[in-house]
Design a protein around this ligand. Sequence first.
Ligand SMILES: Cc1cc2nc3c(=O)[nH]c(=O)nc-3n(C[C@H](O)[C@H](O)[C@H](O)COP(=O)(O)OP(=O)(O)OC[C@H]3O[C@@H](n4cnc5c(N)ncnc54)[C@H](O)[C@@H]3O)c2cc1C
Ligand code: SF4
Length: 500
Amino acid sequence: MTAPLVAIDGREVRRRLDAEAEVVVVGSGPAGATVAAELARRGVRVVVVEEGHQARPGALAASGVRAMASLYRDMGTSLAFGNVSMPYLQGCAVGGTSVINGAISWRLPPEILAEWSAADPALGEALHPDAIDAHQARLEHRLHVHPTEASIAGAKNLLLARGADALGVAHRPIRRNVDGCVGAGRCLQGCPHGHKLSMDLSLLPDAVAGGARIFSGMRVDRVVIERGRARGVTGVTAGGARFDVRAGVAVVLAASAIQTPCLLRRSGLRHGPVGEGLSAHPGVSVTGRFAEPVRSWQGATQGHEVTGYRGEGLKLEALGFDLSILASRVPGVGADFARRLAELDRYAVWGAALRAAGRGRVRPGPTRPLVTYSITPDDVRKARRAVRVLGDALLAAGALEVYPGIAGFAPVVRDRATMARFEVEGSLVASDYAMSMTHLFGTARMGSDPARSVVRPDFRHHSTAGLYVADSSVFPSNLGVNPQIAIMALAARCAERVVN
Ligand SMILES: Cc1cc2nc3c(=O)[nH]c(=O)nc-3n(C[C@H](O)[C@H](O)[C@H](O)COP(=O)(O)OP(=O)(O)OC[C@H]3O[C@@H](n4cnc5c(N)ncnc54)[C@H](O)[C@@H]3O)c2cc1C
Ligand code: SF4
């Protein structure tokens, strides 16, 4: 009989709990799950402490709004403040954000690794491309990463291919970590069939099979440090009790680029640029209305991408929303809005992720992290270009009209010449662009200089023994591509260092 995924559910813990392990991992997303699986495979006794709960595929809601309420941090209302107020989305569940992500799987681009090692040669050795590639190949195999099949892509993805062909720009089916996907279009609400190989259905069961224990519904408040060494973590269970987990060998933080720096600061570890340098991929999207049904909620949630603008720092993807979210993308009021709502099956929404130069900062707040983030004038120009290209691709694919959704410009565009004008006349005011962030990096940067980084090239904290950071907080920059495989590859490297 296989062991249950969760060893202790914090909702049921109402009295003080004490536990111990060799290594305590905080967070069970791609970073934490990978560290746990790698360590358990090598015979290390691991406890994973996760604030969220286990999501059961059969019980997941189809409604995007309801999924946000149960599986997203802050019910999907996390907001970064800056020259544009920008929502940032994160999962809070056993499996972390992988439970509600789009399953898009990209390797860490070699040119990014080269950038990192040019800036700090010690990283070239620590993150040697051959070692990273070996981890990525193994992870891709385990997570069944493969291109989206045309048979389950659905209209929104096939239309993006048509639009990209018309523009003469490179595109391809998205490689995703799914097994037996039937194109139910609900990855962002959690796959109801269990076909997305999120961490709760892949590396966490591997970790448990190797002897790891997962504690869910337990929020870590701080790392316990004694005589300069991390000795464990302490926090509170969803049942309202205090808990302590002692770590004989190490504590590994994998709580994400937002929560990890907060944990460090709450633990009194303020050395180096902890919480500084937040970088991201802000995203913009454009909606188009077609004559024929698109049924945007059907087919692979995100099954096709345009790669031809990556040199400009833009990556275009088809997006898949259920009706509750899709309705918010339709313009108009009153009878006009009602008419458009009645045609909701005709709409497609495509988005672009920007490799932005903007930077931000994270600090612990009284109830949730305080996050600031501002984009640069160049980023706004990129956003403007992205909106133009998205609108152009939709029209080239046959959309009757598109809705750029940018203040001061035509709300409805029906021809490509007007869309081209947008790139010249469209607003360059950051706050005119409705953006959101799903990929976050850089708040506990890795590097050899303790004044300019928080962890060493071997993932160890510069000033505290036995403390490691494994998530994308350590990334020196953003990537320009979807990060989960890169995060897992670095986390696997971190696990090697913990064992060494
Ligand atoms: C809607 C959406 C779609 C996305 N789609 C894709 C995609 O298709 N492909 C891709 O590559 N990337 C995608 N991403 C991004 C990707 O999922 C994340 O980059 C990745 O999951 C980050 O991994 P992580 O382990 O660092 O953090 P997370 O996955 O966020 O996991 C961190 C975990 O730590 C837990 N935690 C935090 N603080 C504490 C605490 N104090 N105590 C205990 N537990 C704590 C959290 O609850 C969470 O479960 C998407 C993100 C979003 C929001
Ligand atoms: S597209 Fe649907 S079936 Fe496929 S993995 Fe996502 S939610 Fe599951």
